[in-house]
Design a protein around this ligand. Structure first.
Ligand SMILES: [Zn+2]
Length: 304
């Protein structure tokens, strides 16, 4: 039986709605803009996209997974995406349940979606304890522990961007000082290089610009510290890093890997720890949301 899950991926500027197989294949999708004048307008286009996907599903859709920019509250089923003001504290899970008429709706963070997608069908296949990290405008993370998706109490497990690595360090947007994100996100690396975008920093680094190379090295070093702290906390075997910054892997990956290897050595206990680049690209959020959509449906079936 080729069961399907409905996947919804909420990004900064668009929302993707698609159908995902158990193998992690996206067989169809509708993209809508997340920029709308009102909540009603946004909800209407989301409902239409969900309706369109369900109407063309070639086999039964048994669950729904939603991946959203954080923070999320999966107990309440609400999201708080910074870039979509219409949906602040919005009960997205209830809304999707009523529109789709599917009761199994699972809300996760976008980085958790990447983590689970890479674990199931990407760079993290074969892992048992995995951290997936998204390095982009911010830094997000998600975890798989003991071979199972691990969301934590509110759905934000693996939120390593806001772990503090430098006491009294740089001010972070969250209010704390010295967070990983304050140095290592694409946005903050650009700010530290006094450039507009991280892409410009990467370009300058390619040309050998010493200041740009230093900023990337610092960002990579701070992220490595955050990753090693996560290894120490959870005894991980695999870390998968994705997100926009990884598009500049030619100038970013080598410093990240060398700082990570140097720092993780001091832990002594990991017998094998792989640091890998994400392989699923931009679809990882949609794939992970879909694969998580199967989890609650399967649990329900198992309980019956
Ligand atoms: Zn922070």
């Amino acid at each position: 039986m080729n069961e399907l899950a409905l996947a919804i991926d909420i990004g900064a500027t668009k929302v993707a709605v698609g159908l995902v197989t158990r193998d992690g294949a996206v067989i169809s999708r509708t993209d809508i803009s997340s920029q709308a004048h009102s909540m009603e307008e946004l909800n209407k286009s989301l409902a239409a996209a969900i309706g369109e996907q369900l109407a063309q599903a070639p086999s039964s859709v048994i669950g729904v997974g939603i991946g959203s920019a954080g923070p999320i509250n999966h107990l309440k089923g609400t999201i708080n995406p910074v870039n979509i003001s219409q949906w602040v504290d919005f009960s997205l899970v209830d809304f999707v349940r009523s529109v789709s008429a599917i009761t199994e709706v699972h809300l996760i963070g976008d980085a958790s979606a990447l983590a689970y997608a890479e674990f199931c069908v990407g760079a993290g296949r074969g892992a048992t304890n995995l951290l997936g990290v998204v390095v982009s405008t911010g830094i997000g993370g998600g975890t798989v522990l003991d071979g199972k998706f691990f969301p934590g109490a509110m759905g934000n497990a693996g939120f390593i961007g806001h772990t503090v690595v430098i006491i009294d360090g740089d001010q972070c947007a969250c209010g704390a000082r010295g967070c990983v994100e304050a140095y290592a996100s694409g946005t903050n690396m650009a700010r530290n290089a006094k450039m507009e975008r991280f892409e410009d920093v990467a370009e300058a680094a390619r040309k050998g610009d010493a200041a740009a190379l230093a900023v990337i090295d610092k960002g990579a070093r701070v992220l490595a510290t955050g990753l090693v702290n996560a290894v120490a906390t959870m005894d991980l075997d695999t870390i998968v890093v994705g997100g926009g910054v990884i598009n500049a892997a030619d100038v970013y990956w080598q410093p990240l890997q060398s700082h990570f290897e140097k720092q993780v050595e001091c832990l002594k206990f990991p017998s094998r720890i792989s640091l890998k680049r994400a392989t699923l690209g931009k679809d990882s959020g949609l794939i992970g949301a879909g694969l998580v959509g199967f989890i609650s449906a399967d649990q329900r079936e198992g309980a019956m």
